[in-house]
Design a protein around this ligand. Structure first.
Ligand SMILES: Nc1nc2c(ncn2[C@@H]2O[C@H](COP(=O)(O)OP(=O)(O)OP(=O)(O)O)[C@@H](O)[C@H]2O)c(=O)[nH]1
Ligand SMILES: [Mg+2]
Ligand SMILES: [Zn+2]
Length: 287
């Protein structure tokens, strides 16, 4: 039988197939070959002997949070507690695009924000490069309905810092999920890591991944990869005069041209330059 790994604990994998869950062990051969299994894997398993026999080919795999075969990542960020970080939104998006996965942005706790100028500007900038942003508030039914529609027929993963409201939003999609909700700690200046493991929740013909939040994300990539995968740059970077253009002060840089034309955001470029200098610093240190 072929099913999907939806969670794992203590070496046991829970596989979902047609509304039924099976708790199974992997065959020893996986350990021998150093092949790892992860949530999201489609596997062949023997339901009589409770063993996983084969991992089917993955279409993608994220390491943080660890999950395979994702159709859509919802980069989830709160506008307060934790504070909105545009830099982190672009970092998460770069990370997801590097893995060739589609992403949208969800801004939560919008009910706590009086002045929406900044988030409207971020939304407009992202729309220019074809990335949809959804504003959601705890008790706002239309925004929740919008998220329900986004997840239809897909494997969707919520990614974001601890305390931004990923699990709350999953409960808003369907209260039956009954995910544990944490709280924001003013003393720690972050959430309290309520969700501890990646779990895939079957939802109609979709799967929704609730994931543990993280407080920061280090982009481990080459500068040239950042120049390529930074949100919005993939479409244009081959048109720069230099094939290894880093979109700074090089001549005939298409990215700079598109910023001047208003097709790419200047604010996003400032974030790009900052991320680039961080990568340069790290590469120097490890030389
Ligand atoms: N005001 C407001 N509070 C919200 C909203 N969404 C979530 N919260 C609150 O944010 C806090 C954290 O919510 P969680 O859903 O546990 O956050 P999480 O992202 O799952 O956190 P981790 O599991 O630790 O990664 C809780 O106190 C929620 O009540 C919202 O739209 N508006
Ligand atoms: Mg959670
Ligand atoms: Zn360039």
């Amino acid at each position: 039988m072929i099913g999907k790994i939806v969670s794992t604990s203590g070496g046991i994998y829970r596989i979902y197939k047609d509304g039924v869950c099976y708790d199974v062990f992997p065959k020893g051969i996986f350990k021998y070959r150093k092949e790892h299994l992860c949530v999201g894997d489609n596997v062949e398993f023997d339901e009589d002997h409770f063993v996983i026999e084969k991992i089917l080919e993955r279409k993608n795999e994220l390491i943080r949070p660890r999950c395979a075969n994702i159709d859509l990542v919802l980069v989830t960020m709160s506008v307060v507690e934790p504070e909105l970080s545009e830099e982190l939104i672009y970092k998460f998006l770069t990370y997801v695009f590097m893995h060739d996965i589609e992403a949208k942005v969800v801004l939560t706790k919008v009910d706590c924000l009086k002045d929406k100028t900044q988030i409207e500007r971020i939304k407009t900038d992202l729309a220019k490069i074809g990335i949809e942003t959804i504003f959601v508030s705890k008790d706002d039914e239309p925004s929740k309905q919008k998220v329900r529609e986004l997840v239809k027929g897909k494997v969707v993963l919520f990614m974001g810092q601890t305390g931004v409201g990923k699990s709350s939003l999953i409960n808003a999609i369907d209260p039956a999920f009954n995910r544990k909700i944490g709280e924001y700690s003013n003393a720690l200046g972050r959430g309290k890591h309520q969700t501890k493991e990646v779990i895939l929740l079957p939802y109609g013909d979709s799967f929704i991944a609730d994931t543990p939040g993280f407080s920061s994300l280090d982009l481990c990539m080459y500068k040239e990869d950042l120049a390529h995968y930074f949100p919005g740059y993939e479409k244009y970077y081959t048109e720069c005069y230099f094939s290894n253009c880093l979109h700074q002060n090089e001549k005939q840089c298409k990215i700079k041209e598109e910023i001047a034309n208003g097709n790419l955001s200047n604010e996003a470029h400032e974030i790009y330059v900052k991320l680039l200098s961080e990568l340069e610093y790290r590469q120097e240190r490890y030389k």
